[in-house]
Design a protein around this ligand. Structure first.
Ligand code: FES
Length: 308
């Protein structure tokens, strides 16, 4: 954890602000790689992940972009309404769950909306390494498009819903067979890009994505189930509208959490028995055989036994 100073805040587009975070003594920050994010501690136990969007060669600052989300569970509202230049914020060290694959082949970067943040850092990194890439950025309109100057400097192609929208299949079809694809944005945008790639025969190993918010699930669609703690035999009932981590926390069994949306992997727990309804965007199919994210995933039925 670090206490960093908010050196600057800038309105980058409609509802999007950027924050420049620095050490108070002007010193060097822990390094990061393109695609990395930091945890921002916003008080009252609220922790949110934001991708670093500056050039990873910069060691004196972290730059993040935050969209004011109408459906905010508190994080984006806290940033927009409570944070100001000159304040200090607690920040976790950068972690990378969306790294560039090694190799010299071309990279195809797709960014939708605020998903542009990790993609910008990737473009800087590829550019420094002399690796070929193409960047496609989609936004609702010019007014909603953040970091346009920096994107133009990186020769990005910008697509607006009220102008000429992106034709993903056309872009993909022109790529060589060893290109890697990276996509970040709203869930629907990511699904569209990935499905288009799969339809054209792109192998899963070439597809990389990062979600920044999980699709909400209505409690009415949830059922009640039980969770058993393997070590003690205790059994807890998890009702609709509450997560496993919340129920266990009430009983003094603390599983560390961060995003609470199945995105960051902080809460991953081993499952000994039971059928999981996975709701995360973090685990691979193989990992899902014996692991789950109890911050959001649930039981398909009956009882889950957790290796706790
Ligand atoms: Fe982030 Fe569960 S807390 S995946």
């Amino acid at each position: 954890m670090m206490e960093l100073l908010i050196k600057a805040m800038r309105l980058e587009a409609r509802d999007i602000v950027s924050l420049e975070l620095v050490r108070e003594d002007g010193g060097v920050l822990p390094p990061f790689e393109a695609g990395a994010h930091i945890d921002l501690h916003l008080g009252d136990g609220l922790v949110r992940q934001y991708s670093l969007c500056n050039d990873a060669q910069e060691r004196h600052r972290y730059l993040i972009g935050v969209l004011r989300d109408a459906a905010s569970r508190g994080g984006s509202r806290a940033v927009h309404e409570r944070l100001r230049v000159g304040q200090r914020v607690t920040v976790g060290e950068p972690r990378n769950l969306f790294a560039l694959a090694p190799g010299l082949g071309r990279s195809l970067l797709f960014a939708g909306g605020i998903g542009v943040t990790p993609i910008l850092a990737m473009a800087y990194s590829l550019s420094h390494q002399g690796r070929a890439f193409a960047l496609h950025y989609s936004a609702r309109s010019v007014q909603h498009a953040a970091f346009l100057e920096r994107l133009e400097a990186l020769s990005a192609r910008c697509h607006f819903d009220d102008g000429e929208p992106l034709n993903v299949s056309e872009v993909l079809a022109a790529e060589p067979a060893d290109s890697q694809l990276y996509v970040c944005g709203p869930a629907g945008y990511i699904a569209h890009v990935l499905e288009s790639a799969r339809a054209l025969g792109w192998d899963e190993s070439r597809l990389h994505r990062e979600y920044f918010a999980a699709a909400p699930v209505a409690p009415a669609e949830e059922g009640t189930f039980e969770v058993r703690i393997q070590g003690t035999g205790q059994v807890f009932e998890v009702p609709a509208g509450r997560s496993i981590t919340q129920v266990l926390d009430d009983a003094g069994i603390v599983i560390p959490v961060s995003c609470e949306q199945g995105i960051c992997g902080t809460c991953v727990t081993r499952v000994v028995d039971g059928e999981v309804e996975h709701r995360d965007h973090f685990l691979t199919d193989e990992e899902r055989l014996d692991r789950m994210t109890p911050c959001c995933s649930r039981a398909r039925s009956g009882c889950l036994v957790l290796a706790l």
